[in-house]
Design a protein around this ligand. Structure first.
Ligand code: BES
Ligand code: ZN
Length: 470
């Protein structure tokens, strides 16, 4: 064990992880070589190939695995059911990745994984191939050493998490009985700090909108026509500017905060007790100071307060030099990260009505929804949460902190609603892993620790079940 100072019992399966370091890593590197970019149809065959690679591996380690074709990208569904008496753990992950662009900012090609300074650099290294592969290797470690698993396991790994696909949603709703499990385990997030194990108990939801502002029927000379009409780009700026109060940071869409569940006192206390340095935070992302909703700390804003951000904006002349023109149209993509109990369907209507309300005369505004996801927040208690806490403590040598997250994993809410079981969100990445950005990485040691944590989690769940039976 690397954590020689921890009180962790060294089981044969943990020893197997140490003895099979290179093989565990090699399998992941091959997985990372497959450019499974789900949003771009040009990569369709590669996404399918990636599902086959995972399916083969799950079968090779001793699970029954199959590929489920969908209207979108395939799902990989596997299981090893030992006994109906035992608890069943469902591992969720995603084998698709974000597009690698902009390619020129990568130090080495995104789909030619490079291991350097103890880190694996590749698209998908942390999000989510590396983390999800840790689950696979943990199951392999136990099967290879004990011959069987202490609990039943299932895997459900999707290929369109990054592109907002709905195949998994339909599958989970249609196959609730087949997927019946006692808890879901997901590693698709980050730890609070290096070496600090973390249990997530909340994820934000999402409402992603697009608006197109249209004015004259063609581009116009800005001298000949300027002053005579509403410039669509000025109108766009006006609308975008009306989304938030620049002084208080509050979102100005009427009703936006109506269903927001307040932070509880214990959460504010626990967030405040976490080591957090504003200056370091600013330095880590190259800004001079933070800004957000008044009355809340940075962690509270990111984890537990809803936001509204422009994610893209376009229109008019973008080339070199100056072109005197009033563009015929322009647009913006706006994402709102939501918290319980906000409902994206309700807010989509409120957004559209507000945008129309604040739009100046003389332009048309078309508003559409790209994707949405419901927010989640769980109680971090019960035997499975206890097992997770214990596994994290044993492997990392210190207790996990309970944290929330600003990101979204859309299927989590469906798991919680349809399967109605605890969802353990145990991430092994770090916030500077550059997910969705150039030079995405995953610490090699985080990968191995992820395998060890998953091994211990399964073993502890088995022990708990055994104790319950005796
Ligand atoms: N792994 C992330 C979610 C995440 C990011 C969790 C950071 C914790 C910390 C996931 O793959 C992701 O990127 N989700 C998207 C969902 C969206 C496309 C619906 C997100 O949050 O933008
Ligand atoms: Zn992602």
């Amino acid at each position: 064990m690397t954590n020689s100072d921890s009180d962790q019992p060294i089981s044969p399966s943990l020893r197997w992880v140490d003895e099979n370091h290179q093989a565990c890593l090699d399998g992941l590197l091959d997985y990372l070589r497959i450019p499974s970019v789900s949003t771009d149809p040009a990569y369709g065959d590669e996404v399918a190939r990636c599902s086959r690679y995972l399916d083969d591996e799950l079968r090779r380690i001793g699970l029954e695995s199959r590929i489920v074709e969908t209207e979108g990208h395939p799902l990989v569904v596997a299981e090893r059911i030992k006994s109906p008496e035992l608890p069943t753990v469902l591992f969720y992950g995603h084998y698709d990745v974000q597009p690698p662009d902009p390619l020129e900012l990568w130090t080495s090609p995104p789909f030619e994984p490079r291991v350097e300074d103890g880190k694996i650099f590749a698209r998908g290294a942390t999000d989510d191939k590396g983390q999800s592969w840790a689950h696979v290797k943990a199951v392999e470690a136990i099967l290879a050493t004990a011959g069987d698993l202490p609990v039943n396991v299932r895997f459900l790994v999707e290929g369109e998490e990054e592109s907002g696909g709905e195949a998994i949603e339909h599958f989970v709703r249609a196959s609730a009985e087949e997927l019946r499990s006692d808890c879901v385990v997901i590693s698709d997030s980050s730890m609070y700090a290096p070496g600090q194990p973390s249990l997530l108990y909340g994820l934000k939801g999402l409402l992603y909108m697009e608006m197109l502002v249209t004015g004259p029927d063609r581009d116009l000379h800005s001298g000949s026509y300027g002053g005579a009409l509403t410039n669509p780009l000025n109108a766009l700026a006006q609308i975008v500017g009306a989304l938030r109060d620049p002084r208080t940071g509050k979102v100005l869409i009427p009703g936006f905060y109506d269903d927001v569940r307040d932070l509880e006192a214990w959460e504010r206390e626990q967030f405040a007790a976490l080591p957090f340095d504003e200056k370091d935070y600013c330095d880590s992302i190259g800004i001079s100071e933070t800004f957000g909703e008044e009355g809340f700390t940075t962690l509270e804003r990111v984890w537990a307060r809803p936001t509204c951000d422009v994610n893209g904006i376009w229109g008019g002349y973008q080339g070199a030099g100056a072109k005197t023109v009033i563009a015929a149209h322009g647009g913006a993509k706006v994402s709102m990260r939501l918290v319980p109990d906000q409902d994206p369907k309700v807010l989509a209507k409120a957004f559209e009505a507000y945008v129309r309300d604040v739009a100046p005369v003389g332009v048309d505004v078309a508003v559409s929804v790209h994707s949405d996801a419901l927010p989640v927040r769980f109680d971090v208690e019960g035997p499975f949460m206890d097992a997770a806490q214990e596994a994290l403590k044993q492997v990392w040598g210190r207790p996990a902190v309970k944290v929330r997250e600003g990101g979204s994993i859309p299927i989590v809410q469906t798991f919680s609603e349809v399967l109605d079981v605890p969802v353990l969100l145990i991430g092994f990445g770090l916030s500077d892993d550059c997910l969705h950005a150039p030079n995405e990485k995953f610490g090699v040691e985080n990968f191995y620790q992820g395998i060890r944590t998953t091994v211990r989690l399964l073993e502890l769940m088995g022990e708990q079940a055994g104790a319950g039976q005796s």
